[in-house]
Design a protein around this ligand. Sequence first.
Ligand code: GAL
Length: 427
Amino acid sequence: MPEHPTSHVPPVEPTGTPVRRRRWPFLAGPAVALAGVGLLAGTLVSPAGATGGGTDPGHPGHPGGPATATVEPFGTAPDGTPVERWTLTNGGVTMRVLTYGGIIQTLEVPDRWGQAENVVLGFPDVAGYAADTDPYFGSIIGRYGNRIAAGAFELDGASYQLPLNDGPNTLHGGPEGFDDRVWAAKPVGGEGEAALQLDLVSPAGDQGFPGTLTTTVTYRLDAEGALTVHYRATTDAPTVVNLTQHSYFNLAGEGSGTIYDHELQIAASGYTPVDETLIPTGEVAPVEGTPFDFRTPVAIGERIRQADQQLLYGQGYDHNWALDREDDGDREGSDAEDGLEKAAVLHDPDSGRTMTVSTTEPGLQFYSGNFLDGTLVGTGGGAYRQGDGLALETQHFPDSPNQPEFPSTELRPGEVYDSTTVFEFDD
Ligand code: GAL
């Protein structure tokens, strides 16, 4: 059982049914929202600490006020570039985003009693994220999510060699990936939204990848507290791209213990088995009859210790699921033609929090926090141990540049990489 904070007594109705949280409709019109953002941008709003302060969205029936986006200085990157921290609030949800790595540092979501808690793992300062020991907490991953075998691929007859940063392979875009860059940020929320646009231009040759990649990632919190992550990228030369978001969720609250009691459902009848270095073999294997079958909700801890070679390779779950989609999820120049389809539902029975993940992407990497070993100290001041958070990374499949059978990750001049993932929260 994950420990559940006991500091509050949940209000219950006479039947014993927990009070349902009602989300207030957005109250301010567009002019008010934009003016508010404009006035607050550049001013210091002062949350008391990494996880404290800000709007209190948590009272039952009072889940939040109008959409806001505010900014404060948040130290510097190792090269001295100033880092900002943005706070977005809407629909009872508050998130803090760093311009360093586009990192979601905190994400406060109410439980079934209206008690808001931070449900993602993170560090209290930029230094934690900039250190080599950072396991990509909350960050935007680019240019290529997950592994490329031997850091090598061919494109249009040319060979490319990337720096290796994960044993014999390249992981998450290389040693200086998008998670270690300072992005330019501006608020872009429309009516009823709190939204932040992050921009980054990655020059040709960056981490060995061809083409100048012009990337925009937008975080959008709507009046229901749903978080939409939209990715857009263009290139001036043929390249490969696979962007994702690497938040580690714990719906019982950051620092509350493991996620093994969380129930997970993944809309996938196949997954991509890996070798001992976690590179896909190229096969899409049926999940049927394996610990990888999450087509109906299963507690994550139920099968994680089974004698299964794939679980042994990953030290738990660390695999890509090939999502069952109505469309093919293939890029074909642009993902915009692909619909948003439900990929996964994560539920914590203790807090009642449920997160539904929908995406235009064909794959989902479910990583059960296997390499957390108690050496990292998080935003709440405690150490993170194995299984204390999990990542659900919507993506194209790992090593696609070397796997002709997988949906293509190639992007060419004139094409637009356009990808959307939505995280919805319910209690
Ligand atoms: C995951 C990856 C894991 C591990 C982790 C970061 O996306 O699948 O193998 O590298 O990131 O520690």
